[in-house]
Ligand binder design. Sequence first.
Ligand code: WTA
Length: 701
Amino acid sequence: MSEVQVSEAEIAVHWREEGYFAPSPNFIGQANSSDPAIFERFSETNFPECFKEYADLLTWDHYWHTTLDTSNAPFWKWFVGGKLNASYNCVDRHLAKHRDKAAILWVPEPENEVTQAITYQELYKRVNEFAALLQDFCGLKAGDRVTLHMPMVPDLPVAMLACARLGVIHSEVFGGFSGAACGDRVADSGSSVLITIDGYYRNGELLDHKVKADEAVAAAKKAGQTIKTILVFRRHHGQSASKANWVEGRDFWVDELLRDYRGRIVPPVSMPAEAPLFLMYTSGTTAKPKGCQHSTGGYLSYVAGTSKYYQDIHPEDTYWCFADIGWITGHSYIVYGPLALAATSVVYEGVPTYPDPGRPWRIAERLGVNIFHTAPTTIRMLRKLGPDEPKKYDYHFKHMTTVGEPIEPDVWRWYHQVVGKGEAVIVDTWWQTENGGFLATTMPALMKMKPGSAGPGVLGVYPQILDETGNPVPAGSGKAGNITIRNPWPGIFQTVYGQPERFIEIYYKKYNKDSKSKDWRDWPYFAGDGALQAEDGYFRILGRVDDVINVAGHRLGTKELESATLTVEEVAEAAAVPVIDDLRGRAVEMYVALKPGYKPSKQIEDKVAAAIDNLIGKIARPKNVWIVPDMPKTRSGKIMRRVIAGISNFTGTGDITTLANPEVVQTIQHHVQGEKVQRGQVPRELSAQELEEIKAFGKVD
Ligand code: WTA
């Protein structure tokens, strides 16, 4: 590791301190949490019992006896002895008071299709009937895993809740992922049932989605897992949106099967608090995505509690989280959190700018949305394509969220002034797939907002910045380091599915003080993000410190991208680097070196892009593929990603004296930067923060 010259912690980051914005008296007056006494209740002296307050938002079949069990550290167990059912908590228990209320408002992408309101009563029926089908027709039972590869249609939450009703562990794969990526996740989770749909709308086009199921079957089989049953929902009544072949005995239309289950009620299975509720795969530092396993009691308590206090959801609100349910944000803050609180949750099928960038604001106006939740990449895109659109529509948000990437203060201000019309509070919520729910943000009625900074740790969560050697980096020092969480919280994932050793290795080993210790204080959680803490205690998140690239809020592992590229016959070596992108935050550029005997060509570049589309999905498609004569390497043969990242971003190559082949750097630089000038892709001047990120990229190599 001789090439690591500066650690993240040693980099002093200078940025302009932003001014504060205060919540309005109107917001404070109605907020779920406007009494600062709540901070006292969740102070460290009351940990872990403070989380009883979150758990008490749920209905338990059996109350728990131990709030936090640390005996098998760091595999924390929350609310031990407790039993509950997640589907009961999100559906059945609301029937008495809210039977006729919309649980889900589904907005199809085509504007001539009407919004569908699914009441709690109807959700109850649909969940039960589908649960009956899963139980009787598929023979599924508690503990089995099922993979869902579904877009943003109401059948997705129905299927998730039906699984939860039976104690079946769902694993939803983002609909935009390729069939092969889905198949890998099917195999890793050991699912024999795949739930999908014939098609869905995206950007005005009815996509054939069922074709991906065949690719998934093939990929799963290669990895040793047979998909026995494919359940296919239908996008349009009585039609099929797919031309894919239909395998008798394997493929089944859900609507046809459901005829046998009309009106069937399945009693919710009472599950132990620590029973897994779902898996959510995410990218990491190896080629293989990891299945983050989330619990029933801890997770549901945590998303209910954070939805109440940080999303400020009241039962009478119309809440729209404009994320995809295929990501953790959608699981926690479209489905489980809001439905646990009996809210009305809007689910939109399509893209933000279809058919024009006024679409989100028309939806908000029509449905009376008053809480809005999205990612910086969407905000940037809406600002670019329709900066004045929000003014044309008569909607009023009381509360808005940003999540998934750092938000530039300038973008934040547009969000606040134009989208929020200066009236809405904003919470900038920092967290991860692994975490279940928010880790750092502001309590909306009780704390001021600061553009570009998430905020302090949330209730009962104590983050701390550590340097490489484990020493705390004090607030206000102007120094960045690795953000860690000192304590467990109920939403933390339980393990990496099937790989408990990776769970410890990736998240706990770095800062663990004693591997035998059963004291949580010895097990800080390593998040993999660089951050710094200002004098006021607010955290500013800088981005990943590992080799993960955050494209439009989607985590892509460089190793994953590289191994997809290496499937192209002509490619000998591959390296993925991030480039700063004004809309997507970061985009991917692939560098490839060819095997002897092959010449660079546009065909090979296209083959690389196609391989990434097929093996991961279109979201991962590289902005550019650069075929280079050789990769810059250390004397021990490691590819120096930071050097090519510097070239792609025009930020300089840094020190190259330790390279085995320094001469190649100039050739690459000349070629890549020359092309970029021609293609009109010279980046704007980068901020100090972006510069540091590019310089630090690949330091784990
Ligand atoms: C980044 C999404 C800055 C961060 C919920 C993290 C953020 C990764 C923020 C997790 C934020 C998330 N400000 N960066 N508010 N929220 N990130 O697993 O790098 O898809 O580690 O979870 O996104 O992405 P994931």
